[in-house]
Design a protein around this ligand. Structure first.
Ligand code: SF4
Length: 366
């Protein structure tokens, strides 16, 4: 079997996340879960499966000390469910303490490097993306939002870091890539370490919630933090890792590169219902076989919509799982139930998004 290769810019699928523990030194989330106050649904349900050094952040929470949570988005289009996962985790960590400061980067340079989106266009998209984040519950009073292309402190850090990075190091972490992607990886290291600079109160624990495929950025950044520790006093950034949200066809991680099977927070609720009607399930060939053998929720993208994204109530998710497994539930009615839940969520979210557009615009204007 091929070894797992994590590619932050690719669409790879990971079948067994526990392999990442030995391969890359990610720790199982179970090692710290008892110390996480009121764990978010992603954590309770094992969607967040791993971490690096989360203890540092949890200690800051229990000691009422300062810490930061850092994330961002490539403003290339509507907020899809993968972006929603990271945003919810950012908001969750921000909610753990009044001393938590959130940092959110609009990665317009990466959007240009990876997707060819001009900065003028990504600036418009960023307003809608930030309104989504506010609608999800971000507290703007304890958040620093910035555009990557305008934050000169990040640029300066990445230039400084570039002196200690060789082509061989980048090849080992990312494989042979376009120079613009290497550059954006260095800029991301600047983003992640920005909260620990003097202007933001100096060294402190920082957690970066990411999808598993983003670990190469975390490893590179931790390496750079170590190399520049004597000058800046950086603590190695912590990270949490979630499983990748699959596209509705089930084949790839949910990606803007696969729009037909992508669900976004701006989708027309009726269009979203149709997409769900076409989604991959873990159902059997016939109703009769399903009644006899039960379905396979582990393979089912529809089940995943509730588990990862849209059903907050744990007993409800458990009931769906058990009914599916026992054959008491059939895919048609199950899809219709999920489609209704998602459509209602989208209607409510889109109302909130519209009410936050002006605030998002003024936050991004600085
Ligand atoms: Fe998925 Fe529901 Fe079908 Fe089970 S019954 S396989 S959860 S759609």
């Amino acid at each position: 079997m091929d070894p797992i290769r994590l590619d932050p810019w690719g669409t790879a699928q990971i079948d067994d996340y526990s392999e990442l523990f030995d391969l890359f030194g990610i720790q199982p989330i179970e090692t710290v879960i008892k110390d996480i106050p009121h764990p978010h649904r992603h954590i309770r349900r094992g969607v967040v499966f791993g971490h690096r050094d989360l203890e540092l952040v949890l200690r800051a929470v229990s000691d009422d000390g300062p810490f930061a949570v850092m994330s961002g988005i490539k403003p290339t289009g509507d907020f899809h469910l993968g972006s929603k996962m990271t945003a919810e985790e950012l908001i969750f960590f921000q909610s753990l303490s009044n001393k938590a400061q959130a940092f959110y980067c609009m990665a317009d340079l990466e959007a240009y490097a990876d997707n060819g989106i001009p900065l003028e266009r990504s600036a418009k998209i960023a307003v809608s993306n930030l309104a989504d984040l506010l609608a999800l519950g971000l507290d703007p009073k304890r958040t620093y939002v910035y555009k990557q292309s305008e934050e000169t402190r990040v640029m300066n850090l990445s230039f400084i870091f570039s002196r200690s990075v060789t082509q061989n190091m980048l090849n080992a972490v990312y494989g042979e890539r376009n120079i613009s992607l290497y550059l954006s990886a260095l800029v991301q290291a600047g983003d992640i370490l920005l909260p620990q600079t003097k202007d933001f109160g100096g060294p402190k624990p920082v957690v970066v919630p990411v999808g598993a495929d983003q670990d190469p950025h975390i490893r590179l950044c931790r390496d750079l933090a170590r190399k520049h520790q004597s000058r800046y006093g950086f603590l190695l950034p912590s990270a949490t890792y979630h499983k990748l949200a699959r596209s509705l066809s089930g084949s790839l991680k949910m990606s803007k590169r696969d729009p037909k099977s992508l669900l976004t927070l701006n989708d027309d609720p009726e269009v979203a219902k149709k997409k769900i009607a076409d989604a991959l399930t873990g159902g059997r060939e016939t109703e009769e076989i399903q009644r006899k053998l039960g379905g396979e929720p582990e393979k089912c993208v529809v089940y995943e919509l509730g588990l990862f994204h849209f059903i907050e109530d744990d007993p409800h998710v458990k009931r769906i799982y058990e009914e599916c497994r026992s054959g008491a539930r059939l895919c048609g009615e199950c899809k219709a139930e999920h489609a209704e839940i998602v459509a209602n969520y989208l209607k409510a979210h889109q109302r909130k998004n519209r009410s936050f557009i002006d605030q998002a615009r003024s936050l991004l204007a600085g």
